[in-house]
Design a protein around this ligand. Structure first.
Ligand SMILES: Nc1ncnc2c1ncn2[C@@H]1O[C@H](COP(=O)(O)OP(=O)(O)OP(=O)(O)O)[C@@H](O)[C@H]1O
Ligand SMILES: [Mg+2]
Length: 313
């Protein structure tokens, strides 16, 4: 069952297009990572899903409710942790959560229980009386997460939940998100590729307002692997080798990285998916009588996928 269906979501600020015609769907129980460089449109997309920012065109459904026509109902199904969690410094943790619960219209007997549960799940129970102004950044993130959990929403939208944390805190928050995912569908944004590989079962790569890919981390790296990036080091003239490589059918581009300090040339060959250019490249180089000392087909990481899809050259 789809938890989120975005249909042609589009956002312009004046003439600037921040998000262009974004369509994607997210199934119940998935942990989805929005991955993209600064300014890619991650936050804008999230804000549209939460109903905080009206799309210029297109719409989305959250648990079947249209974010425009049925925004209240859609919002009831989601918890949002914004990029910079706005906290009230002079409130205590539980007071802040009480206040937030009230704003969200959570009332009756369940309030205390819900706040207690959210604090417990976020490891805040021992800090419930602490003033927010005295909390470390990691604990503030936890308060933001606990806030998002109030109302027990089906969907959590977390904008850079590990931003600005030290490696230990990052690990703790990551574990926390993973545990939340047993009961919630989660969308998070990040710049940290390894994070996506570690916790997400789906990645949506966004760049300059466009969705470049949406798939599992394994599938994305597999596709790039098939595209076969081969690096070569040989000693000889650059021009004839590059020309002959470029003339070879599956080759898309030859990037010259050399000459290296020791005088050897290094070139990188990018080719069509499903091809392997190593044999041909070696034949070309040996036909010139040039020595070849290195030829290697790269096993890409998600980082390679990201760089490949968001590079500007
Ligand atoms: N209210 C606004 N008015 C004008 N431009 C905006 C507004 N909000 C966002 N933008 C622009 O839209 C683009 C996308 O911004 P967005 O915040 O969605 O990026 P992001 O992917 O979240 O980046 P980051 O990784 O830095 O958080 C940016 O170029 C930004 O400057
Ligand atoms: Mg952002």
């Amino acid at each position: 069952m789809s938890m989120v269906v975005a249909e042609h979501l589009h956002k312009s600020f004046g003439r600037f297009i921040a998000v262009r015609d974004a369509s994607f769907s997210i199934n119940k129980g998935e942990i989805v990572g929005f991955l993209g460089p600064n300014g890619a449109g991650k936050t804008t997309t999230m804000k549209m899903l939460t109903g905080y920012l009206p799309p210029t065109a297109g719409t989305a459904r959250i648990a079947g409710h249209d974010i425009i026509r049925n925004s209240l109902e859609a919002r009831r199904h989601l918890g949002y942790m914004p990029e910079n969690v706005p906290l009230y410094e002079d409130l205590r943790v539980f007071e802040y959560l009480q206040y937030r619960a009230k704003l969200k219209g959570i009332c009756g007997k369940s309030v205390r229980a819900q706040i207690g549960r959210a604090m417990e799940r976020c490891g805040l129970t021992e800090r419930y009386r602490n003033l927010i102004s005295t909390l470390s950044k990691g604990y503030r993130q936890r308060v933001g997460l606990a806030d998002a959990l109030l109302g027990e929403p089906d969907l959590l939208i977390l904008d850079e939940p590990t931003n600005g944390l030290d490696p230990n805190q990052i690990r703790q928050i990551r574990e926390l998100i993973r545990s939340l995912a047993t009961e919630h569908t989660v969308i998070l944004s990040t710049h940290i590729l390894s994070e996506v590989e570690m916790i997400c079962n789906k990645v949506i790569i966004i760049d300059q307002g466009d969705i470049k890919a949406a798939d599992t981390p394994a599938k994305l790296t597999h596709d790039l692997r098939a595209a076969g990036r081969v690096s070569i080091e040989y000693k000889g003239e650059l021009e004839p080798v590059v020309r002959e490589l470029e003339a070879f059918e599956p080759v898309k581009k030859v990037l010259v990285e050399g000459p290296l300090p020791d005088g050897w040339q290094r070139v990188i060959v990018r080719a069509e998916p499903g091809t392997d250019t190593r044999e041909k490249a070696a034949a070309i180089i040996s036909a010139h009588g040039y020595p070849l000392r290195h030829i290697y087909r790269h096993i890409p990481t998600l980082e390679d996928v990201f760089v490949e899809m968001t590079r500007r050259d």
